[in-house]
Design a protein around this ligand. Structure first.
Ligand code: NAD
Ligand code: SSN
Length: 510
């Protein structure tokens, strides 16, 4: 059915997008095996490829080029060439092309969601949610492209006029994760292209297909060759590609979303060349429920925040902090909701709303964290095991109490469907626990005490706060963290800042 919809699509040839579907949904032997450089679909210079698996079935979907530093060098050269003409386009011209891209993304959103579910395992409804969310960045930056304002500064001396221009920084390297393989690209590339930059994008090895589909639609929208390039690579080549992007004089900046360890490495590599870098790294979000909270609303928020993408979200609730007077009642309601509303299975089937973990490493990480907690005396209220009856990479939605501060689940970003419930007595104690981490991405709390709401919103050491709300991300608002969760902001009117620099121009002797 999908395939016939795409045949009717007004594309002039069997597009890349169509070929991906052909493989996925008709069991054809045709494979989608190309990266996208300078407007062309290309193999790796080495001709090497690597396999990408469906995390729900562990079956190979297809192969893509396993590119290395030779390929990324070519991509950067083309992107740099394209920058020479792209940087002099007007904001309005860039806006029109971004809008065309957005329109095509919207027209293809159902198909894009299916690709996303296939490679990331996200339940299909949630994938559609990510596509809609990701598209909103392209729409937003199509509008912002026209508003890249400079400043006229009143001169403190006579005979001078002072002006501040905003200019694109150049070619940028965008390195993206597997957990939001679509929206993390549109959030970065939408802003970069709007600002007049060109991009070399390295998608995560687990999820290259949504990136390739995005490039196909960008090309159909008329975004010129070289402005968007996608370099696919296996994990083993990621470090040399990252290093090249950080060190090449033709790359003006890096934007990265992913683990704190890799973010720190890229920061170091960029530091050597004083290169611009935006980092959106791991979180360890507290989700606090105070005794004045509406517990039913808190349970809604807890489910949405904890189990979004099976817990594999940088802003997922990682530690539930619950005031002692309502601890038992909240835990009971939360456990009941987990059992009654989360249905684990292959997300291609609309009846399932909790998918697999992305890969074997992620399953092992969650299992190890669980084993450590069991050894140290945790109480498993529900779940706690791999759901091998469903598939190799599925993990039961889990709720834990009796947490102690020496457990890994107390300190680490779990990135899985495991909810950790910790009791506290006073607001001060809870703020201390919430802030007792080197991370500072998001924090959530439920309260109906207005003074407390102001105090806690201000005292949480994070870049984003949800008050009586568990889902907070929008294209219109600044996304980013403090402490070791990163630097810079994405989305919102601040999103262009990462990709522009200010140039002060002094007109003298007038
Ligand atoms: N902040 C987030 O949204 C986010 C996303 C993914 C993973 N994580 C965290 O990271 C943990 C591990 O996941 P992961 O290993 O896939 O994340 P990762 O940081 O290793 O991977 C993210 C991206 O970085 C690339 N990469 C890896 N090593 C690189 C290097 N040396 N130089 C340049 N690029 C490199 C990967 O190929 C991928 O594209 C997760 O358990 C989770 O805690 C966070
Ligand atoms: O996990 C990273 C991104 C999540 C979001 O944008 O809400």
């Amino acid at each position: 059915m999908i395939f016939s919809r795409l045949i009717l699509h007004p594309y002039h040839h069997c597009s890349q997008l169509t070929r991906i579907f052909y493989k996925m949904y008709s069991q054809s032997t045709k494979i989608m095996d190309k990266a996208f450089i300078n407007g062309l679909w290309v193999s790796a210079k080495s001709n090497k490829v690597f396999e990408v698996q469906d995390p729900a079935t562990c079956q190979v979907i297809s192969t893509v080029p396993d590119m290395n530093v030779d390929d990324v060098e070519a991509a950067v050269t083309y992107a740099d060439e394209a920058f020479q003409t792209w940087k002099v386009t007007t904001g309005k011209e860039r806006s029109i092309l971004l809008r065309k891209w957005y329109d095509l993304l919207v027209q293809n959103q159902e198909e894009l969601a299916k690709i996303l579910t296939m490679e990331a395992g996200k339940p299909i409804k949630e994938s559609l949610g990510e596509i809609v969310y990701g598209n909103a960045f392209v729409e937003w930056f199509a509008e912002e492209a026209k508003r890249m304002y400079g400043e006229i500064v009143p001169s403190p001396v006579k005979n001078r006029e002072l002006m501040v221009l905003r200019q694109p920084i150049g070619t940028v390297g965008l390195i993206t994760p597997w957990n939001f393989p679509f929206a993390m690209i549109t959030r970065k590339a939408g802003a970069a292209i709007a600002a007049g930059c060109t991009c070399v994008i390295k998608p995560a090895e687990d999820t290259p297909f949504t990136a390739l589909a995005l490039a196909e639609l960008a090309s159909l929208a008329g975004i010129p060759k070289g402005v968007i390039n996608i370099v696919t690579s296996s994990r083993s080549n990621a470090d040399q590609i990252g290093k090249y992007l950080c060190e090449s004089p033709k790359v003006a900046g890096i934007s990265f979303t992913g683990s704190t360890a890799v973010g720190k490495l890229l920061y170091q590599q960029c530091g050597k060349h004083v290169k611009r870098i935006g980092l959106e790294l791991g979180g360890n979000a507290p989700f606090i429920i105070f005794e004045s909270a509406d517990l039913n609303k808190a349970v809604d928020g807890a489910i949405a925040s904890k189990f979004r993408n099976c817990g594999q979200t940088c802003i997922s609730a990682n530690r539930f902090l619950i005031q002692d007077s309502i601890f038992e009642e909240f835990v009971q309601k939360f456990a009941e909701r987990i059992k009654s509303s989360l249905i684990i299975g292959d997300g291609k089937n609309v009846q399932f709303n909790l998918g697999p973990l992305i890969n074997a490493d992620q399953v092992k990480k969650v299992e190890d964290i669980m084993q450590d907690a069991i050894k140290k005396g945790v109480n498993v209220v529900t779940g706690g095991n791999r759901a091998t009856n469903v598939g190799e990479q599925f993990f039961e939605p889990t709720l834990l109490t009796n947490i102690t501060s020496n457990m890994r689940c107390y300190k680490e970003e779990i990135f899985g469907p495991v909810a950790v419930c910790i009791k506290f007595k006073t607001e001060a104690e809870c703020i201390d626990i919430a802030n007792d981490t080197e991370r500072g991405l998001a924090g959530y709390f439920y309260s109906n005490d207005i003074s407390q709401i102001w105090r806690v919103a201000k005292n949480l050491e994070v870049g984003m706060v949800g008050v009586n709300e568990g889902l907070i991300s929008h294209a219109e608002t600044p996304f980013g963290g403090i402490k070791e969760s990163g630097i810079g902001r994405e989305g919102s009117k601040h999103g262009l800042d990462e990709y522009t620099y200010l140039k002060y121009v002094c007109f003298g002797n007038l």
